[in-house]
Design a protein around this ligand. Structure first.
Ligand SMILES: O=C(O)CCC(=O)C(=O)O
Ligand SMILES: [Fe+2]
Length: 328
C-alpha cells in the first residue's frame, strides 16, 4: 500500500471494543473464559481494543505523564546529552524527526525516550551484545523520573503477563501456555511527545502509518486524541479517541505471525491536529528473546499450512527494527 492510498480516505470514529480484563483474576473460570472470548473477537478483527479493569493506579499513570512532560521540557542541550546514540541498548532520547515509521513519508513529528529492563554492563547478556539489553539512561536533574518510570515499567510488565493469559484463553489454550514466553521479557517503555501539527505541512504525520513489530502494545495516551487505526473493510482511518481510565492495546506483527495471521496486527498512525502538545506512553510487551515463535497449531484452519518459519523473539525484533533504524 502506498502512502498516497493511505491518505486518500476519510477518518471516522472508531468502534473499538472496550474490554474489562479484571475478571482474568477471578476465581471463576467462566468469568475468565468470557474475557478470553471478548479478546478473541477483538484480535480476529483489528487486533485493537481498549483495556479497562487493568488495576494500574491512576496516580501512577498521572505521575508517568508528569515525568514525561518534565523530560521533554528539559533544555535541548540536556536532552542531546541523553541521546540514544550513546547507548548500545537502544535507550535514551530520540530527537524530533529521528524515526520514519512510514516508508516514503516525511520523518515523524515526534520526539521520544526509550526505557527498558535495567541490566548492568557486567551482565553476560550485555557483554554478549544481546539486542536491547543494557543499562538505562537516566536524566540526572529529574529526581522523580527514575523511580516513577521503574514503578510504571514493573506494573505494565505484570499487566502484559495478565493479558498474555487472556490471549491464551482467547485461543482456547491452557492459561499458562505463554509462561515461558513471559519469562524475563524484552519489554520496552517509550515516552513520546508530539508537537502540534504544522499547518504548512499537512502531509507530515506525528507517527507515520505502521504496524507494531512485537507482541502486545499497551498504550496510555493523553486526552488530545490523534491516534488513528486503519479499517481494511472501508479503507478508511478511524479515530481511537482516548477513553478515560483505559489503555489502548494492540497486537504486533509477531503475534500475527504466531497465529498464522488469524490475529491481526493493524496499521495505525498519529496526527496531532489538536493544536496542543500531545504526550503518549506506549509499552511494548515482548517476551523472552530466546523464545521460539512458531505457528500455534490450533490457529491453522483446515487445509492451511504455516505461512512463516519459526523464529526467535530476538531474531524477529532485530529484523523489524532494521526497517526504521540503522542498527549499529
Ligand atoms: O502515540 C501513540 O498514540 C501511538 C504510538 C505508536 O503507535 C507507537 O509508538 O508504536
Ligand atoms: Fe504503534
Amino acid at each position: 500500500m502506498t502512502p498516497q492510498s493511505l491518505t486518500a480516505k476519510s477518518v471516522e470514529t472508531a468502534s473499538l471494543p472496550v474490554i474489562d480484563v479484571s475478571a482474568l483474576s477471578s476465581a471463576d473460570p467462566a468469568k475468565r473464559a468470557a474475557v478470553g472470548a471478548a479478546l478473541r473477537a477483538a484480535c480476529l478483527d483489528k487486533g485493537f481494543f481498549y483495556c479497562s479493569g487493568h488495576g494500574i493506579p491512576q496516580g501512577l499513570i498521572d505521575a508517568a505523564f508528569a515525568e514525561t512532560r518534565a523530560l521533554f521540557d528539559l533544555p535541548d542541550a540536556e536532552k542531546d546529552s541523553l541521546d540514544k546514540s550513546t547507548s548500545k541498548a537502544n535507550r535514551g532520547y530520540e530527537t524530533l524527526g529521528g524515526q520514519t515509521l512510514e516508508a516514503g513519508a516525511m520523518p515523524d513529528r515526534k520526539e521520544g525516550y526509550y526505557i527498558g529492563v535495567e541490566l548492568p554492563e557486567s551482565d553476560p547478556r550485555v557483554q554478549e551484545g544481546r539486542f536491547n539489553r543494557g543499562p538505562n539512561i537516566w536524566p540526572s536533574d529529574l529526581a522523580g523520573f527514575q523511580p516513577t518510570m521503574r514503578a510504571y515499567f514493573a506494573a505494565l510488565t505484570v499487566l502484559g503477563e495478565t493479558l498474555m493469559r487472556g490471549i491464551a484463553l482467547s485461543l482456547d489454550l491452557p492459561e499458562d501456555t505463554f509462561k515461558d514466553y513471559c519469562q524475563d521479557p524484552l519489554a520496552t517503555l517509550r515516552l513520546l511527545h508530539y508537537p502540534p501539527a504544522n499547518p504548512d505541512a499537512p502531509e507530515e504525520r506525528g507517527a507515520g502509518a505502521h504496524t507494531d513489530f512485537g507482541g502486545l502494545t499497551i498504550l496510555m495516551q493523553d486526552d488530545n486524541g490523534g491516534l488513528q487505526v486503519f479499517d481494511q473493510a472501508s479503507e478508511s482511518w478511524v479515530h481511537a479517541n482516548p477513553i478515560s481510565g483505559t489503555f489502548v492495546c494492540n497486537l504486533g506483527d509477531m503475534i500475527a505471525r504466531w497465529t498464522n495471521d488469524s490475529y491481526r496486527s493493524t496499521l495505525h498512525r498519529v496526527m496531532n491536529t489538536s493544536g496542543r502538545e500531545r504526550y503518549s506512553i506506549p509499552f511494548f510487551y515482548v517476551g523472552n528473546p530466546d523464545y521460539e515463535v512458531k505457528c500455534i497449531p490450533t490457529c491453522l484452519k483446515p487445509g492451511e499450512t504455516p505461512k512463516y518459519d519459526p523464529i526467535t523473539v530476538e531474531e524477529h525484533l532485530t529484523s523489524m527494527y532494521r526497517k526504521t533504524y540503522v542498527i549499529k
